[in-house]
Write a new protein. Structure first.
Ligand SMILES: Cc1cc2nc3c(=O)[nH]c(=O)nc-3n(C[C@H](O)[C@H](O)[C@H](O)COP(=O)(O)O)c2cc1C
Length: 197
């Protein structure tokens, strides 16, 4: 990784690194950790699937009524972390979070495979499952609904975009002289700065 040859903005570098991760055989490079904070300021963290990435930001989908959905409604800030172990690389993104309009979220929902839509429609994400036997019939009912009403959209399906304020590209180096390049959005333009390892 030659930071002096890096582009002026972070998004093209993300695309380069993602392309290289796929070529290097990184498994599930689109799995990304998302950090949010709860009402007490306590961090929360989980993995989600990256749905899209553009100049405007990094997007993922979840239920609006899940803990992360509620945390983002109250405090629309998040951090993302990609860790590509095979390449000793990580990418850190921090920024404000924007929820997509219902039409965009509906398109994202209908783009999914039937099994994924059914699993979403079951709902109750992260609620206590007092009786595990309650899940299979709930999933079967949701699958039947997806089959009989294929245009059904889960109103709780939400698409969130993290709009980057900082993006850091971290390349591990065996001698510990890890190469770090941080992009910082300052006003209209991006600033690039090297960081001590
Ligand atoms: C590889 C992987 C991908 C995942 N993708 C998603 C996802 O795209 N959306 C989602 O809501 N949960 C996803 N999950 C489950 C979340 O990690 C988490 O368990 C769930 O969303 C509940 O989080 P919450 O209680 O913080 O809201 C994924 C888990 C893994 C391991």
């Amino acid at each position: 990784f030659d930071p002096d040859a890096a582009p002026a903005e972070p998004f093209p570098l993300f695309v380069d690194w993602l392309t290289e991760a796929l070529a290097a055989g990184v498994r599930e490079p689109h799995a990304v950790s998302v950090a949010t904070v709860d009402a007490d300021g306590c961090p929360d963290l989980r993995v989600v699937a990256l749905r899209d990435a553009t100049e405007a930001g990094w997007s993922f989908a979840t239920r609006a009524d899940s803990p992360k959905g509620r945390q983002l409604a109250a405090q629309p800030q998040a951090a993302l972390l990609f860790h590509w172990r095979e390449q000793a690389r990580q990418i850190r993104v921090r920024g404000s979070v924007l929820r997509a309009d219902p039409e965009t979220a509906a398109r994202d929902f209908l783009d999914r495979l039937p099994g994924s839509r059914a699993a979403n429609l079951v709902g109750h994400q992260s609620e206590v499952l007092a009786d595990p036997a309650a899940f299979p019939p709930a999933l079967d009912a949701a699958l039947a609904r997806v089959e009989s009403e294929p245009d059904t959209v889960d109103p709780q399906h939400a698409l969130f975009t993290v709009r980057p304020r900082t993006v850091e590209f971290w390349q591990g180096v065996p001698n510990r002289g890890h190469v770090r390049l941080r992009y910082r959005h300052a006003g209209e333009a991006w600033t690039r700065e090297r960081l001590w390892p």
